[in-house]
Ligand binder design. Structure first.
Ligand code: AHN
Ligand code: ZN
Length: 324
């Protein structure tokens, strides 16, 4: 069974032109890693976007919870819906849900993979100020990371890695205060992960390391070494960026310092104490840092690129399956 995946990998690499994974290096050849499908991810992103913006307290948000929990269950995960009311910087009370899928829950050696699944209520970086109060569709900012993790969940369900894996979709990441907000603001982003880090779904939860996927699907994306990740989890960053380079994905994974981005991994590092790295599109050379679509009404399917999804998904899969 497992051999078939290896064969498939070889066959896939013979026939595909663009999405080419190099054959596994000799030292890795004893481990068979299932082939990651970017087509599958693309559909998972489309499904999320079809609900509309998944802004907390909206009906799209409620519908999407059911879709994500059902999907994880169908792949064989034990699913926990962690429901909590969270108060945003502006006083809005959000009915938030962190969705957790656990594979091989009995194993004490674990890997944590996470992404945020909510969409931002405001397009406050749109070039047109008339759009500031419109929600972000979040094809890349939200749905891409979740889509890649759904595909990894599907693969894990068919073919288990050696370690236990937990996949968390965090809510209320993107409800942070706009720069124009003049009131008092403290830790206004990442409300779902802040809550989980203080109240993990399993008492005393620990994992060997964590990986956050944030905005991992845009055409031409570059992933630099994010600085909070390098501070708390340098060896995890090394592991990911070296794996990517070994597989020929160094065009996407740039082994140089990027920005310092407040994101879900900050609280997983600081509060939960799990060394965690963020794979995020943030280019320190560019004016905006994030992609042009970021927090605009243009964060839609037109920016999503299967080549980027394949590079990220294949890299993370290898990191997961190599671990022993
Ligand atoms: C800040 O802008 C402080 N953090 C960005 C985190 C984020 C928002 N990721 C996606 N959307
Ligand atoms: Zn965002």
């Amino acid at each position: 069974m497992i051999r078939n995946f290896f064969l498939l990998l070889i066959i896939a690499s013979l026939f595909s032109c663009k999405q080419q994974a190099k054959p596994l290096a000799v030292s890795e050849s004893t481990v068979d890693v299932p082939v990651f499908s970017a087509d599958s991810v693309y559909q998972y992103i489309q499904r999320q976007v079809d609900f509309g913006p998944r802004v907390p307290n909206s009906s799209a948000h409620k519908d999407c919870v059911a879709y994500l929990a059902t999907s994880l269950r169908s792949f064989g995960a034990d699913v926990t819906e962690q429901r909590v009311k969270l108060t945003a910087f502006n006083g809005d009370v959000l009915d938030a849900v962190n969705i957790i899928g656990s594979f091989n829950p009995g194993s004490s050696q674990r890997i944590l993979l996470f992404a945020h699944w909510d969409s931002r209520p405001w397009s406050d970086h749109d070039p047109d100020p008339k759009n500031y109060n419109k929600p972000v569709l979040g094809a890349n900012d939200g749905a891409s990371g979740v889509g890649v993790l759904l595909e990894i969940a599907r693969q894990i369900g068919m073919n288990s890695p050696r370690l236990g894996v937990d996949i968390i979709f965090f809510d209320a990441e993107d409800y942070g205060a706009p720069e124009s907000y003049r009131g008092y603001v403290n830790d206004s982003w990442c409300l779902g992960s802040q809550h989980w880090a203080k109240n993990p779904h399993v008492k005393g939860y620990q994992a060997r390391f964590g990986i956050l996927l944030d905005m991992v699907g845009a055409r031409g994306a570059k992933f630099y070494r994010e600085q909070i990740s390098d501070y708390y989890a340098r060896n995890v960053v090394d592991k990911i960026w070296n794996t990517a380079a070994n597989m020929g994905f160094d065009k996407f994974f740039i082994n140089k310092a990027g920005g310092s981005v407040t994101d879900d991994h900050l609280y997983v590092n600081q509060i939960a104490g799990i060394p965690s790295a963020n794979i995020i599109q943030y280019d320190p050379q560019s004016e905006k840092g994030f992609g042009d679509y970021w927090h605009t009404v243009n964060d839609n399917m037109s920016n999503i690129d299967k080549e980027t999804l394949f590079a990220v998904g294949t890299t993370v899969m290898h990191v997961v399956y190599m671990e022993k």
